[in-house]
Write a protein that binds this ligand. Structure first.
Ligand SMILES: N[C@@H](CCC(=O)N[C@@H](CS)C(=O)NCC(=O)O)C(=O)O
Length: 84
């Protein structure tokens, strides 16, 4: 199953930075949406995930989407998907 990811983050958040550092080290190219500078991105996060907390990973597959909060859970999830 092919999954598509979008990371909702802001530049001031240390938990977001932790996820971004992991992505860089793992060489994973995940599109990002900045909820601090982009009201549209913040609206998407609120509407889809239910709260404004970042980081949050949107996971799209088979026409469905999941919103995963918590930096440690996001890293664990992407690590497991990158090397099952
Ligand atoms: N335990 C969470 C902490 C996330 C967190 O506290 N994010 C802050 C920014 S650094 C936030 O979005 N606060 C605003 C809110 O929750 O609405 C994680 O590791 O991801």
């Amino acid at each position: 199953m092919v999954e598509r990811y979008t990371l909702y983050k802001d530049d001031w958040c240390p938990f977001c930075r932790r996820v971004q550092t992991f992505l860089a080290e793992a060489r994973l190219d995940v599109p990002m949406r900045d909820t601090f500078n982009d009201a549209g991105a913040r609206g998407e996060l609120m509407a889809g995930g239910g709260r404004a907390t970042v980081p949050c990973l949107k996971i799209e597959a088979d026409g469905a989407e999941r919103w995963l909060y918590e930096s440690a859970d996001i890293i664990d999830y992407l690590r497991s998907r990158a090397s099952p």
